[in-house]
Ligand binder design. Structure first.
Ligand code: C5P
Length: 396
């Protein structure tokens, strides 16, 4: 469990059945060392007794805007001033609607409006309420306003229906908040990375590509943002959603990827080449669809630029990290690749075929030898890689 000693959380509860799970969430935060101040709406107190949360947090619980316990009667300001963040869990459809419109008619909504700290909400509601266009509009507005929405999850609901709308489990919410409160070892650093496959046209509708899904590169981009970096992602063709906070530029071919990287590299402190870049492009690509009746086409291949090697050779090169997908003699080939591209860190995929999978396993090759990142979700592995990069980054 992540240590949250010294972290100060304001945990808000609104009126939903999932409120009982927030008692467990409160306990997890306290067990990890966090200082938790609980604020409830009046309807939340119908679902779970304030006394339960008071016992778990070890602090008085507030739910009344006119509470006389705060000397200057400024509970709506005072309660969040010393906090690192606010988490509202569960957040009802009604509460999300209030946040979207800036309404402040009780203590918790007023606190959220008067906040200076990041706000996280964990929606919990019946699936039809979640799917209702009004709720979807409000959720989009909250995201646009910089409020972080955690979940909801899909599954069985208290009303007996099944679908989207369940609150994330306390353990999952704990993990999200622990990351938000975690170290920012790449704060102030700029990370440039490539991800996904490239597509090299043969004619207007056909081309040469590969099975890279982009999942590993997108996970690395997310992990870098979590670590506090400013991230620019140059993505080959993939339908993956852009991780929150990442600046993304889409490209098709290796040469476009090369151009985009070169346009941004001067500002980068770190360059990570995760993309599976095609080694060759079709020099005689047709600007019309080739016809079978015209006979077997002759495809002439020319070499693509090696983006990573070129970046590493720049006079003021960023810290360069490469990826390698080897199927045999992994150690030998990976070390040789690190040396030939003259890069300080090379991540070799251990998963037999990592392409398209959700899990991966890496061996990192560096000056001191090797570091193994054991099999886990691509995001977990990406976080491990980012920690390693941050620890090795020279002070520039
Ligand atoms: O040489 P190889 O393709 O095996 O090297 C893989 C590493 O080099 C990856 O980090 C990949 O993103 C990068 N690369 C590149 N440009 C190329 C080929 C590979 O940046 N043309």
């Amino acid at each position: 469990m992540t240590d949250l000693t010294g972290k100060k959380i304001l945990l808000g509860l609104t009126g939903g059945v999932a409120a009982y799970k927030s008692a467990e969430l409160c306990r997890l935060f306290v067990k990890a060392g966090a200082d938790v101040q609980v604020v409830m709406t009046e309807s939340a107190t119908r679902f779970i007794a304030p006394m339960t949360l008071q016992a778990l947090s070890g602090k008085p619980v507030f739910h009344d805007m006119w509470d006389a316990r705060i000397a200057n009667h400024m509970a709506h300001i005072e309660l969040s001033r010393d906090r690192d963040l606010i988490l509202v869990a569960p957040a009802t459809a009604d509460f999300m609607a209030k946040l979207a419109h800036g309404l402040a008619d009780d203590l918790l909504s007023t606190l959220c409006l008067a906040r200076e700290v990041p706000l996280y909400v964990a929606p919990a509601m019946n699936r039809q309420m979640w799917e209702n266009p009004a709720t979807q509009r409000n959720a989009a507005q909250l995201s646009a306003d910089g409020i972080h929405i955690l979940g909801p999850d899909e599954g069985e609901q208290a009303c007996g229906e099944t679908g989207m709308g369940r609150m994330l489990e306390p353990e999952a919410l704990f993990d999200h908040i622990a990351i938000a409160l975690g170290d920012k070892p790449l704060a102030g650093k700029r990370v440039l990375l490539t991800a996904g496959p490239t597509f090299e046209p043969i004619d207007t509708v056909r081309g040469i590509t590969n099975l890279s899904s982009g999942k590993m590169g997108f996970a690395v981009a997310q992990a870098a943002v979590e670590a506090g970096a400013q991230v620019t992602l140059i993505a080959g063709p993939t339908a993956l959603a852009t991780p929150t906070g990442v600046r993304r530029e889409n490209v098709m071919t290796a040469r476009e990827m090369h151009r985009a990287v070169m346009a941004h590299v001067a500002e980068a402190d770190v360059f990570i080449g995760v993309a599976a870049v095609a080694d060759y492009y079709v020099a005689n690509a047709s600007d019309r669809k080739l016809k079978k009746s015209n006979g077997k086409p002759r495809i002439e291949l020319e070499e693509n630029p090696d983006i990573l090697a070129e970046v590493a050779a720049l006079p003021n090169a960023p810290y360069c990290v490469g990826f390698a997908a080897e199927t045999e003699n992994l150690h030998e080939y990976a070390q040789a690749k690190r040396a030939s591209k003259k890069i300080p860190l090379l991540a070799a995929n251990l998963a037999h075929n990592a392409f398209g999978r959700d899990e991966n396993e890496l061996i990192l090759f560096h000056d001191e030898g090797e570091t193994r990142l054991p099999r886990a979700s691509k995001l977990e592995v990406a976080r491990g890689l980012i920690r390693e990069i941050a620890a090795r980054l020279p002070n520039r």
